[in-house]
Design a protein around this ligand. Structure first.
Ligand code: NAD
Length: 462
């Protein structure tokens, strides 16, 4: 039996980052992972592989739509799907092996197998029981489906199956206009599929700024995606080669059906803690099946912590990473902290959608007096040169103090641009601080500065 200061269960972005930070802080650390490779959902079947397919399909889109205008003549490339999948697999391998290297470098033991907690201070992996002063549950989340929809990962797929389709479908029906539905819907629309998204609500990407929702939907429609909104999916019937999606329109309760070669179920994820033995340990859970933690990520059982998708908060890799670092610092006797008010969200479509802080709706509901500074990428020289002038940056600032309260971007590299606003918010900056910061020309970042200027005396280029 080996003994550790910390055993982290799960090696996704929450778990592996936590393990590395623990080791850096001098704690003897092990990480339990039952998958063949490290990195969890994000690296193996989530964020990273989907970004490879988004990148490849965007290159095709550029070749088909923009090359000729730039004087690049010739036929657009055709898609070699098996090769695209193998490129994606290679990207996964490079990333998961990278984590393995980092574990070795930081002297973290990888305990291979599925872990459970037979009693506080002990973690069982296979037949071996290891001792740990502290245990961190970082077991993530799993696909959650809806009633009467059975995922077979062949015809009716989750995000996992959508990354491994045998061929590009002629007709793809996506259930749910959330992040997964729109990212994967974009991939297949660019690869030539006829994509229809069926969404229960009246707006796409629930919780997002309403102006971004409207603009994003228009842009996706222009790219060929079809939306059926206010439609509650009642069930999916599938044969070996086809499927039928039945839905009712909420406005009049009328029933409809739509045919598909492939159905992607993208209706959310649920916390995953199966097999850990939390019930027997008496670990308190929330009504939604999440592990209940206090503000230091401690459960009600001494020495057991939890982070990431299996606790409350947005199911985002970077939120899990931040919690992983903070809980490591807490266990090492430091003051770990996560600022939940400044966690960006990004959708990696083209254009990208990014947000941080509060939306206009939230500010209105809270009765907060605010101003909105907006700047369209149409006024950004770099965006125009790159056929990327769709979208805008909107900064929301306190009407009186000018302090930045939120930002919403739809546009090129939005997922990168958002971070200067995150840093500004961490420092409690005013919009004027961004506006007075020199931004290199010509860059997309100038649109952020112009939006900040729009909170004051006005932008220059609109
Ligand atoms: P989601 O919660 O983002 O969206 C699910 C959508 O499905 C919602 O719009 C919901 O209204 C709709 N829906 C639910 N039931 C329905 C029904 N019966 N009929 C029609 N529509 C229905 O979920 P997701 O897109 O599956 O993503 C899961 C999680 O993974 C999210 O927490 C997301 O943040 C995370 N994720 C993040 C990224 C990223 O940050 N880029 C990428 C992928 C996944």
């Amino acid at each position: 039996m080996s003994s550790y200061d910390v055993i982290v269960i799960g090696s996704g972005p929450g778990g592996y980052v936590c393990a590395i930070r623990c080791a850096q802080l001098g704690l003897k650390t092990a990480c339990v992972e039952g998958r063949e490779t490290l990195g969890g959902t994000c690296l193996n079947i989530g964020c990273i592989p989907s970004k490879a397919l988004l990148h490849a399909s965007h290159q095709l889109h550029e070749a088909e739509h923009n090359f000729a205008a730039m004087g690049l003549k010739g036929k657009a490339p055709s898609v070699d799907w098996p090769q695209m999948l193998s490129y994606k697999t290679d990207v996964i391998g490079q990333n998961t092996k990278g984590i393995e290297f980092l574990f070795k470098k930081n002297k973290i033991d990888w305990l291979k197998g599925w872990g459970s907690i037979p009693e506080p201070g002990k973690v069982k992996v296979g037949d071996a029981v290891h001792e740990a002063k502290n245990i961190v549950i970082a077991t993530g989340s799993d696909v959650s489906t809806i009633p009467n929809v059975e995922i077979d990962e062949k015809i009716v797929v989750s995000s996992t199956g959508a990354l491994e389709l045998a061929k590009i479908p002629k007709k793809l029906v996506v259930i749910g206009a959330g992040v997964i539905g729109l990212e994967m819907g974009s991939v297949y629309a660019r690869l030539g599929s006829d994509v229809t998204v069926v969404e229960y609500l009246d707006d796409i990407t629930p919780g997002m700024d309403a102006e971004v929702q409207r603009s994003f939907k228009r842009i996706l429609e222009k790219q060929g995606l079809t939306f059926i909104m206010g439609a509650a999916v009642q069930g999916v019937s599938a044969t070996k080669t086809k499927a039928k999606v039945a839905y009712t329109l909420r406005k009049d309760e009328s029933g409809h059906e739509i045919d598909a070669d492939i159905v992607l179920v993208a209706t959310g994820r649920k916390p995953y803690t199966d097999g850990l033995g939390l019930d027997a340990l008496g670990v308190e859970m929330t009504e939604r099946g999440q592990v209940k933690t206090n503000s230091h990520w401690q459960t009600n059982v001494a020495g057991i912590y939890a982070i990431g998708d299996c606790i409350t908060g947005p199911m985002l890799a970077h939120k899990a990473e931040d919690e992983g670092m903070a809980v490591a610092e807490t266990m090492a006797g430091q003051a770990g902290h996560v600022n939940y008010g400044v966690i960006p969200g990004v959708i990696y479509t083209h254009p990208e959608v990014a947000n941080v802080g509060q939306t206009e709706q939230e500010l209105k509901e809270a009765g907060r007096a605010y101003k909105a500074g907006k700047f369209s990428f149409m006024g950004n020289g770099r965006a125009k040169a790159n056929f990327a002038a769709d979208g805008f940056v909107k900064i929301l600032a306190d009407a009186e103090t000018d302090r930045i309260l939120g930002a919403h971007i739809i546009g090129p590299m939005g997922g990168d641009l958002i971070h200067e606003i995150c840093v500004a918010m961490e420092f409690g900056a005013a919009a004027e601080d961004l506006a007075r910061t020199c931004h290199a020309h010509p860059t997309y970042s100038e649109a952020v500065r112009e939006a900040a200027l729009a909170c004051g005396d006005g932008p220059i280029h609109s």
